[in-house]
Design a protein around this ligand. Structure first.
Ligand SMILES: Nc1ncnc2c1ncn2[C@@H]1O[C@H](COP(=O)(O)OP(=O)(O)OP(=O)(O)O)[C@@H](O)[C@H]1O
Ligand SMILES: [Mg+2]
Length: 170
């Protein structure tokens, strides 16, 4: 048996959400833990709840305004008390080269922090350390399986804080 004296860190957290409000609540808890420099990459099919999660994250970050997915612009910027938050939605990109051509690397995380819907469409541009959140449709209409995976130490600590953070849909 070995004793581990490292601070607790978690690689992966799985959450079952049973409603949009629970997904939003999870986003809020992640947002509350986000810091300048963080990058969050979201994956999941159309209607999985990516934007719903991002709305909760904005709330957790202290941004009270309305959050909508960027469409033609690819990136929206919101001020938060912890720095600028860039919200990218890459659904319309056809290949990752396009993201680079559009200069999106500048926002990952740039001078703030970033959350990216359809992040797999710009996998080459993502920093190797980031928080990955994959949303999947569950067995019933309002159920979603949400898996958060830490890529890098900063995000293992974030997940540990999330897992130890008390009640919620987890
Ligand atoms: N548990 C749930 N979590 C999140 N959304 C849910 C849930 N159950 C049902 N929904 C519904 O699914 C839809 C999710 O929409 P949302 O825009 O967040 O998805 P999205 O992943 O961003 O889609 P897109 O790829 O089109 O941008 C909403 O209509 C929401 O009401
Ligand atoms: Mg969306």
């Amino acid at each position: 048996m070995s004793l581990d004296h490292e601070p607790a860190a978690t690689d992966r957290v799985q959450v079952l959400s049973r409603s949009p409000a629970q997904t939003r609540g999870l986003g809020e808890r992640v947002g509350a833990l986000m810091q300048k420099g963080d990058v969050v990459a979201l994956a999941g099919p159309l209607g999985a709840g990516k934007t719903t999660l991002v709305q909760g994250m904005a709330e957790g970050l202290g941004f009270a305004g309305r959050v909508r997915s960027p469409s033609f612009t690819l990136v929206n910027e919101y001020p938060t008390p912890r720095g600028k938050r860039y919200h990218l939605d890459l659904f319309r990109l056809e290949h990752s080269g396009e993201a680079e051509e559009a200069g999106l690397g500048e926002f990952l995380p740039g001078d703030g922090m970033a959350v990216v819907e359809w992040a797999d469409r710009a996998a080459d541009l993502l920093p190797s350390e980031h928080l990955e959140i994959a949303l999947e449709m569950g067995p019933q209409e309002e159920v979603r399986i949400i898996v958060l995976t830490a890529r890098g130490k900063r995000y293992r600590l974030l997940l540990a804080a999330l897992a130890n953070g008390g009640q919620g849909p987890c």
